[in-house]
Design a protein around this ligand. Structure first.
Ligand SMILES: *[C@@H]1O[C@H](CO)[C@@H](O)[C@H](O)[C@H]1NC(C)=O
Ligand SMILES: *[C@@H]1O[C@H](CO)[C@@H](O)[C@H](O)[C@H]1NC(C)=O
Length: 365
């Protein structure tokens, strides 16, 4: 007998525990097909494990106010027909809900079982208040408006595809809609204004100048060369940064961008100035720094100043000299040989001289 009683007590405990579970889980919801939108939709209540809709008959703003409060959705905006939110897969469970408006949950309101009287065409719906937060330039018409949960304290509003024309002072406000006489409705005061500056920053161009004797892409060792960075438009506080990328590290040079093109002068080209040069444009406004993309890398190599020292030139000079020496030797040999051959003409010349002398002597006489 006592064992049987104990069994009953345990059964009672189990039932109680199950009820506590049911109470913790949601027993009212607003169903709609928009993800994240939980403050408007068709009213659905749970009876033990089964969800069901509520008939619109006898449904009024007081009943809806209880749902909005229960779901932490603020105040009532509207009581639309629930059929508008799509066909439900659950039955119509309740009708003639009568709330005083002060209940914490819809479950606490008086109601009757539907028992086949209403169809889904008469489902009750609720739209609770929402905040509409909007961002506008100055105090003109809003540029962006976003629906927000009434409890939401911060909202991110995004301006996309920014143009120079978007520059200006911005402020925001929120608007609350409500149909209940005693609940707040209307616009909040305007926020403080913030200034937004829009910069258009292009990738700079880069080029260099040096003496015309140097091959393209090269500068002659010891000579000067200039690297120029160019960009448009210019902003106050802008500067150019020139980066030299070398195998053993990077060297940076910076000059204020007072004109659209700025020249970095290198007076003495050395191996240390050889490498890839890149320009970027930087603007500092307030605490923010805006940096352009880097220009195309410009390769600069050092050309040796004394081309005589190169082995090719030395071998050319040596072979040239050899040629000259050989030619001279040939000439000398040829001359000597010629002299030998013409030896017999000595007599002839002498005789001619003699003849001339004779002639002279004759003339004197
Ligand atoms: C915004 O800019 C206006 C002028 O364009 C200036 O009077 C105002 O002080 C600026 N506000 C802030 C917060 O910088
Ligand atoms: C480099 O620029 C300076 C002045 O900015 C100029 O005097 C010099 O001739 C330029 N050098 C070359 C190689 O262009």
């Amino acid at each position: 007998m006592s064992r049987f009683l104990l069994g009953l007590v345990m059964l009672g405990c189990n039932v109680a525990v199950e009820d506590v579970h049911a109470f913790n889980e949601a027993i009212t919801r607003l169903w709609n097909d928009k993800p994240g939108e939980r403050c408007s939709g068709r009213v659905e209540m749970r009876q033990v494990h089964q969800w069901g809709t509520v008939c619109q008959r006898g449904w009024d703003l007081e009943d809806a106010a209880v749902v909005c409060r229960e779901l932490n959705c603020g105040f009532v905006l509207d009581v639309p027909n629930g059929a508008r939110f799509g066909r439900p897969s659950v039955d119509v469970l309740w009708r003639d809900v009568k709330c005083s408006g002060d209940e914490f949950t819809l479950d606490l309101c008086e109601r009757s079982l539907n028992e086949g009287m209403c169809t889904h065409d008469e489902d009750a719906g609720v739209e609770c208040t929402v905040k509409f937060v909007s961002l506008s330039r100055g105090v003109s018409t809003p540029l962006v408006t976003q629906r927000a949960d009434p409890r939401q304290m911060t909202v991110d509003l995004t301006l996309s595809d920014l143009e120079i024309s978007h520059q200006g002072s911005y402020g925001c406000l929120y608007r609350i809609h409500s149909k209940m006489g005693n609940s707040p409705s209307g616009n909040s005061p305007h926020s403080n204004l913030i200034n937004i500056t829009v910069l258009e920053i292009h990738t700079p161009q880069i080029w260099y100048n040096t003496s015309p004797e140097a091959r393209p892409g090269w500068v002659i060792r010891g000579q000067s060369f200039n690297v120029t960075c160019f960009t448009q438009p210019q902003y106050p506080g802008g500067s150019f940064q020139l980066r030299l990328i070398r195998p053993n590290g990077t060297v940076r040079h910076s000059l204020p961008a007072l004109t659209p093109s700025v020249t970095f002068t290198f007076s003495n080209a050395q191996s240390s100035t050889e490498g890839y040069y890149c320009c970027l444009y930087k603007v500092q406004t307030g605490e923010r720094t805006f940096i352009s993309r880097e220009s195309q890398p410009l390769p600069i190599s050092i050309q040796e100043v004394d081309p005589v020292m190169s082995p090719v030139v030395i071998s050319l000079v040596v072979s040239g000299l050899t040629f000259v020496v050989a030619a001279c030797a040939i000439l000398i040999v040829a001359k000597v040989y010629c002299k030998k051959v013409r030896k017999p003409t000595e007599l002839e010349r002498e005789s001619r001289t003699c003849v001339d002398n004779t002639y002279i002597a004759l003339t004197i006489q």
